[in-house]
Design a protein around this ligand. Sequence first.
Ligand SMILES: *Cc1c(COP(=O)(O)O)cnc(C)c1O
Length: 363
Amino acid sequence: MPRPASTEAVLTIDLPAIVANWKDLALRGGPGAVAGVVKADAYGLGAAEVGRALRAAGCRHFFVAQLREGMALREAIGTGPMIAVLGGFRPGEDDDAGLTPVLNSLGDVAAHGAAGRADGVARRAILHVDTAMARLGLDAGELARVSQDHGLLAGLDLLYVMTHLACADEPAHPLNAAQAQRFAAACAGLPKTRRCFANSSGMFLGPAFASDLSRPGCALYGINPTPGQANPMRAVVRLDAPVLQVREIAPGTPVGYGASWTAARPTRVATVAVGYADGYLRSLSSRAAAECRGQPVPLIGRVSMDLTTFDVTDLPDIAPGDRLTLIGGSGCSPDDLAASAGTIGYEILTSLGARYHRDYLRG
Ligand SMILES: *Cc1c(COP(=O)(O)O)cnc(C)c1O
């Protein structure tokens, strides 16, 4: 891998930490298996790299959102593991990549069942039952029809029945127990099939949410699956950005677009080569901090497209070429930045830009 240029920000992705998080969740999954959810390029971290690392660690089940993601992942990890496509696809569209469609409607059931009956080889698939999201999956009416007539499933080899939790990150939310109960009722009406239930946060809700296959995503990547409690996962992502310039400004001097921040004291401003075009969200303007040498460094003024300014007055020897840790330092985890920006850690990760020099730690 080429070295980063002196002016380039370096995104470090700790693959052994992802594997450690997966193994930790696998212990938590009890007797059930634990998949790796690697949709959206493994939440922005690189699906091929993450997929290969998890596969080498023994992960046998992967979930992506889209057909193209599944085909690229198959290229990366080879044959063997299940790769399920949450958004589904038409029979044959996966071009022999051996992807597993998630069937989200009776129309999907009919299409893949017909293909299986036509060539006499039952099609492997996952049946998705909606128990609260009103998004994808069989609705109550569709579920009732399949429950009354299992013949609708002819031509299919159902690997799992799945559902998805709406409020798993709020343990006290009544919808969690309601969904567990609805899912159990749905499964009781279907032919006996293995179950696929919890996402990351769901794996921390207790035994009613255990199943034959859990589907964690965010926790693998270091996002806290138990908001409000200590993060049980290892940190995975770190962003170190070089200082391009340092300048001294007098009290009363404004900084950046809109002159939204004005120095109240003699201030040293460090300008760093990362901006909102890199996924360092503009909504962080004057609301976040980076870290340098163990000290917090406040973000001042607006985040621009390619540049962001920080107050390094308290670190007098910072010079161009030194690096600030924008993500992954203390006080600037993806969850911390999300809280400052009014979003969730998932969006911080999936927004990570294409201009970073990416450095994969391999242990
Ligand atoms: C994204 C997704 C997951 C993973 O969710 P996390 O909260 O990231 O663990 C699991 N199942 C479905 C259906 C998803 O869309």
